[in-house]
Design a protein around this ligand. Sequence first.
Ligand SMILES: Cc1cc2nc3c(=O)[nH]c(=O)nc-3n(C[C@H](O)[C@H](O)[C@H](O)COP(=O)(O)O)c2cc1C
Length: 332
Amino acid sequence: MSINLTSRYLGLTLKNPLVAAASTVGMKIDNIRQLEDNGAAAVVLPSIFEEEIDFDIEEAERLLFATGSEASSYLPYGGEDGMGAEKYLDLIRQAREAVDIPVIASLNGISRAGWTQYASEVEQAGANAIELNIYFLPTDCAPTGREVEERYLDILRAVKACTSIPVSMKLSPYFSSPGHFIKELDDAGADGFVLFNRFYQPDIDLRETAMTRDLRLSNRAEIRLPLLWIGSLAGRIKGSIAASTGVATADEVLKYLLVGADVVMTASALIRHGIGHMRSLLEGLQAGMTVRELDHLDQLRGQLSRRSVTDPTAFDRANYVKILKAVTPIDS
Ligand SMILES: Cc1cc2nc3c(=O)[nH]c(=O)nc-3n(C[C@H](O)[C@H](O)[C@H](O)COP(=O)(O)O)c2cc1C
């Protein structure tokens, strides 16, 4: 049985729903070729950081003053070792030449400064779309929730105004009302959403009594939060939805598609198992379709979204109450 896995994401037609998430894997052209060879339908390049782009220095100072922090604390993956604005444009050009699958550039920042000019250069370099990762942690406790949301809207509008390629928003789940805010971004013209970004949280080294900063790869148990929100939003917004976090096996791919994701991204699993793992995810997805006797992904996609299920309580408070009541008390 031939299975049609064609998927639409950000207005692009993809041969299947598997996308390599932004990560260090995409830093090398050879890796990007291997991703395509192993079935990836699109690739998101690692982020270029706002701080790496030569933008108005006054704005930079204003920004640092306003947030009362050091620029380096905004650099979760790159920092001074980042690639620089020109090098990044080269990476886009080379990737475009090396593969036929869409190449999505990733811009990571917290203000609109610098992006306007650069976003159009990214488009000219050949990127098929832009993913905006607004990695903003208001740990100085100053801005209100609404001010934080307005920052996102402002950056989205600024980038949309200077490019004609699609723009997706990679978001964290930490908003008071994520669904409402995503709808607002949707109305403001976002072409899609990557749900969710993973903030890298610090830990403590007790021997040294010091904060540690290390990068923990994800595990499959982490799909539950994105699953909840993707399921709640699927079919209710114009923009497309990419699932990101916790995709270790084809099971997670199937689950994300069942709640309505348009595409599914993976990063940690590729780092853990190598680029060939993309092929296992694809084969596992095909096997999952075969077992269900389905020949088109649209027959599976969204079957369990909040909109499609007859009993949506699984997504709601009622379910939480039921679960808590069902827990057997521990005998003392
Ligand atoms: C080594 C590594 C590098 C990453 N680099 C970026 C990046 O440059 N930009 C970005 O938006 N996300 C980056 N991410 C986050 C991933 O794109 C992804 O959203 C997150 O890891 C959750 O997906 P996963 O569970 O499949 O790893 C990175 C993740 C890892 C593990």
